[in-house]
Structures are given as C-alpha cells and as structure tokens.
Design a protein around this ligand. Structure first.
Ligand code: PLP
Length: 399
C-alpha cells in the first residue's frame, strides 16, 4: 500500500485527533523500524516509551502466541493465574508490601489511583478528605478526571465541567501552600514526561514524601512513563529513594500490549466492588508483561542496561557539544532530552531527524525527547546519534 492511499482512508474514516507525521511503519527488528517503502529508522522513541523490548522479539511474540492459543480472556469473575503471578512479581521488584490492580492504560491506572486516594480520604478522616494536588506542568492522561489532574491549562479547553477536588501547585514548594484540611493526596511524576523531561529535585521530593507521611496525606507517583526500568531501576521511585503510597504504571509494562497497573501499600482501602475493569489483567496482557519483565530483568541484572544508559548519555553529551542549537541536557536513564532554542527549532529538528532516519519525540515547548527501547544495541545507539549529528549540523548552517 502507498502512503498516499493510506492517508486518504485515515482522513476519511478516523476522527482526526492526531497530527501525524508523514510516515507509516510496517515492521521492526531490534530498535530499527521499516516504513512502507522499506526505509530504515533508528527508533529513539519506542512508541512513546511503550516498546520497552524493541521490535520483533521472538520471546515476546512466542509468549503472546502460545497464550493466545490457550486463552486470551476469561473475565475477572474467575481466578487468573498470569495476573496473580504478574502482581507477585511486580511487588517483589518494588521490594515493598503492596498489592496491585490491573487496568488497560495509563489514564485508567491513574483513575484507579485517584479513586484509591479518594476512598482513603473518606474512610480515614471524619471530614472526608478529597482534594488531590498535582503540578502545573504535569501530564496524567485524557479521561475527564485525569485531564483535570493534568496541570497544563491547554488540555482543559472545551471539556468542562470537570470533577471537583483537583488543585494545581506551581512547583514542589507550592504544594505545601496548597495543602489544607481536605487534602487526601499529592500526585506527581518524578520526571515529567510530556512537561519537558523535567526531573524533580531528589532532596525536595524526599522532604515532601516525609512531610506527607507525617500528615497522613498520600504520595501518589505517576510512573506511567518513568516506570519499568526506564530510569535504570524498576521504578524511578527507587532511584529517588522514596516509598510512595501508590504508583501507577502502563507504557513499558506490556512491551506494546495494552496494560496498566496501580500498586499501593494501602492494601486495605479497596474492597469488593470498589473498582473493576472488563479487560484489566486478562490472560494475554499479563502473559506479555511477564515475558517483558523476564527480558528486562535479565538486561538489568547482567549490567547491560546500565552500560546502555552510560553510552546513551555519552553520545547525548557529544551531540549537545557538536552544535550550538542545543541547550541543556535533561532527564534520567533512558528518559532524556535536549533543550532547543524554541518551538520552531524543536519542530524542525524532529522533522529533519525523521528524514535522516531517526525517530525522536517532542516534550514541553522546546525539548527533544529520547525514549529508546531498553534493549537497544550499542551500534543502534551509535548509528542513531551519527545521523542526529548530521541533522544538527544542517540546522545550524541554515540559521
Ligand atoms: C502517557 C502517560 C499517561 C497516559 O497514559 P495513556 O496510556 O495514554 O492513558 C499518564 N501519565 C503519564 C506520566 C504518561 O506519560
């Protein structure tokens, strides 16, 4: 099929909610994608942090195939072995006494986390605490509640009225000003994925965590993007050395199969009927996640992941130094970015990178974001950065 034909069908039959780039991918191998014409691209985006084990993984494909042949779905009216084992595995990887609820996306995981905080606030305090504080440049999802939790005003156009009880703080320090007797939780991303790959200050987060604990206010960490080894540990919370009351996960967890999860230390809050999901935690998605965790745990334990992070950082520094178009480096692990002069340079860089055969992402107003597969190989990293240096030189000459 030709791209032009595909574009016509897309535009006729799909709600036009995505401003797509001029390419359609057909298959992938490792961290390389091939488009309809067979052109290759080094993928530094992994489908926005989703394809954590890259493309064409035989292990993941075989796990999904053999599960699909046995059974894809039963419903949560019955016990589901893969779901129970995946929860056990995730809790062990956190090293905390938690339990898990499975959903199908990041927004849904956050919805579950918000409901958990609301019920916690209702059953533990005479005055029913219900307010949840979130940060200005956060992103928490596209449902009505998670949109309201998202602090960026541009997301709030058209969809009012929103549910009550979400309070926006300008930054970490401002959270203390916004807390009142009705606050049940604070919800943050440790590294703001959409809001500029901005890592919060570790000491400030640790202080906040202690303060909240002393005041019986929950710390909810949205790890939908930062979780599942993205920052070098299973959770970014482990890098930050904090123990959140609840964590939400999704993107990298299923290696491309939709799955989301909420994990919480407050095992007592939800009881029968409080929450549910038709598809959440079904045989297929939990089997895929078990395989993804197997693959990633091996990468982690063998030290391969740390080596990739170090090489990626080295190459990112070299790219930054190679051209005046770049400002500071941001992020953590394999969730990193480079600052560019402005929105226009950001758009140009991403478009030209695609033409040169590298997929990168935008974030915030002027950041180019890198979220490569966690299984990316050394030569793929080097090849990608080689192409990007060419792009940077070209853009610098144009200026
Ligand atoms: C992507 C993302 C979400 C939303 O996830 P969906 O699966 O698109 O609903 C929520 N929070 C963060 C931090 C994200 O990066």
């Amino acid at each position: 099929m030709l791209l032009e034909e595909l574009k016509k069908i897309d535009q006729s039959y799909l709600m036009q909610t995505y401003q797509r780039m001029d390419v359609a991918f057909e298959r992938g191998e490792g961290s390389i994608l091939y488009d309809l014409q067979g052109r290759d691209y080094i993928d530094f985006s992994s489908g926005i942090g989703v394809n954590s084990v890259g493309y064409g993984s035989e292990r993941l494909a075989n796990a999904i195939l053999s599960q699909a042949q046995k059974m894809i779905h039963s419903s949560n009216l019955y016990y589901i072995r893969n779901q129970a084992f995946l929860a056990k595995r995730m809790v062990e990887l956190c090293g905390e006494n938690m339990n898990v609820f499975f959903a199908n996306s990041g927004a849904e995981a956050n919805e579950g986390m918000i409901k958990l905080a609301r019920k916690y606030g209702e059953i533990n305090f005479a005055n029913k605490r219900y307010k949840i504080i979130t940060l200005r440049s956060s992103f928490h999802g596209r449902t009505i509640a998670t949109l309201k939790a998202t602090g960026q005003e541009s997301f709030h156009r058209y969809f009012a009225p929103f549910p009550d009880g979400f309070v926006i703080a300008e930054d970490l320090k401002d959270i203390y000003q916004k807390i009142d007797g009705e606050t049940c939780a604070v919800m943050i991303e440790l590294i703001q994925g959409e809001g500029g790959v901005h890592s919060l200050n570790q000491k400030e987060v640790q202080d906040l965590s202690l303060f909240l604990q002393e005041n019986q206010i929950l710390l909810l960490v949205d790890e939908v993007q930062s979780g599942i080894y993205r920052t070098g540990e299973f959770l970014a919370s482990q890098v930050y050395k904090i123990k959140p009351d609840a964590v939400s996960l999704a993107k990298g967890l299923g290696g491309g199969v939709p799955i989301g999860a909420v994990m919480s230390r407050h095992k007592e809050v939800f009881s029968f009927g409080d929450h549910g999901s038709t598809f959440g935690g079904n045989f297929l998605s939990t089997r895929a996640s078990l395989e993804v965790l197997d693959i990633l745990e091996e990468e982690y334990k063998s030290g391969a992941l740390q080596k990739k992070i170090a090489l990626f950082d080295e190459e990112l520094n070299a790219l930054k130094l190679s051209s005046k178009i770049f400002g500071k480096k941001v992020g953590l692990g394999l969730m990193v970015g480079l600052e560019l002069r402005d929105l226009q340079t950001q758009q140009n860089f991403i478009a030209q990178a695609l033409k040169a055969g590298v997929i990168v992402l935008r974030s915030g107003k002027n950041i180019v974001r890198f979220l490569p597969p966690l299984t990316i190989k050394q030569d793929e990293i080097k090849q990608g950065f080689c192409r990007l240096r060419g792009v940077a030189q070209m853009l610098e000459r144009e200026k």
